[in-house]
Design a protein around this ligand. Structure first.
Ligand code: PSU
Ligand code: MN
Length: 300
């Protein structure tokens, strides 16, 4: 496809069969304030490289689907106040208008699959929002998970979402969820959502993914990893803050694409930045685990 633009690092990794981990860019443009977003993007890449794995941050720039960004491109996404939050159905409009597009989990999965990148690390998946009965707000991340063969490593769904409805939705559309060395479904800012998940280890996961490859079954596997214990937020505190942020979003009539960035920003302010520190910690941890598994998967 002539829209694809691979960095030389990613290109040579694909050629030589070196393990690669894809990364999204909405987390850079809409998930964190500048300059922490750029610092985090660089750190995430270096955590992956430390494992001998190649990071491939994905974004749409000037009519190209970029797989693997250089420092200038990461800076561009980090500083831009106009980068378009690009979900899968937005890709054609962003490409054809040559805008800067930051890819969500949905769009990143699609590009990763196109590029035959089997692993993708992110912070939290989009999901079913509270009040879905009235708003019908369900992230396009979910239906896309049913279509793209990528193993997505996350800390669960953001706790601003209705976690149990999201898990139920994934069950309905046929997306398997496994807990990495845990049977507790995590809750993003905290380790335990109260839901259980099937526990898996590295060897069994790799075996299962390879079996899926042999079967030609195309759906994502959601691997959930809890935030490191030392960095989790106080559950009572964070839940109260999330409630306040949700009420505010409702009062202000925030809808559509703006909901998630609005909530993340309010939570950042209400926690005095603690949510950002927690988000950074879980993102780095997810990147490391994705890289470790990608390495194992790449072994013959
Ligand atoms: N998780 C984060 N920060 C984020 C997101 C997830 O910690 O910024 C982004 C992801 O890119 C995800 C998107 O795909 O939010 C979901 O947005 P929506 O609910 O509008 O589909
Ligand atoms: Mn939405």
């Amino acid at each position: 496809m002539n829209y694809m633009k691979y960095s030389s690092e990613v290109k040579s990794a694909i050629k030589s069969g070196k393990p690669i981990v894809a990364l999204e860019s909405t987390i850079i443009s809409h998930g964190f304030p500048y300059p922490q977003n750029v610092e985090l993007a660089q750190k995430v890449e270096s955590v992956i490289r430390k494992q001998g794995v190649v990071p491939a941050t994905i974004a749409l720039i000037n009519g190209n689907i970029c797989v693997g960004l250089n420092d200038t491109e990461i800076e561009l996404l980090g500083q831009s106040t106009t980068a378009f939050k690009t979900s899968i159905h937005d890709i054609p409009r962003v490409l054809s208008s040559k805008k800067v597009g930051a890819t969500t989990v949905a769009a990143t999965m699609y590009v990763a699959e196109l590029s035959e990148i089997r692993f993708f690390a992110t912070g939290g998946l989009g999901g079913v929002h509270y009040g879905v009965n009235e708003t019908f707000d369900i992230s396009a991340d979910l239906p896309t998970l049913a279509k793209c063969k990528v193993c997505v490593v996350s800390a669960g769904v953001k706790s601003i979402l209705d976690v149990s409805k999201t898990v139920e939705y994934l069950e309905t559309i046929g997306v398997p969820i496994y807990g990495y060395e845990t049977d507790k479904y995590p809750n993003f800012y905290t380790q335990d959502s109260g839901l259980t998940v099937e526990k898996i280890d590295k060897a069994s996961l790799v075996k299962l993914l390879k079996t899926q490859d042999n079967m030609n079954l195309n759906y994502a596997t959601s691997l959930v990893v809890p935030i490191p214990k030392k960095d989790e937020l106080n559950p009572t505190l964070i839940n109260k803050i999330i409630d306040d942020a949700l009420n505010e979003a409702k009062e202000k009539n925030i809808t559509g694409k703006k909901v998630t960035p609005f909530l993340l920003d309010r939570i950042r302010k209400l926690t005095n930045g603690k949510s950002v520190a927690a988000n950074i910690s879980l993102m780095l941890n997810n990147a490391k685990i994705a890289a470790i598994i990608a390495k194992e998967y790449a072994k013959k």
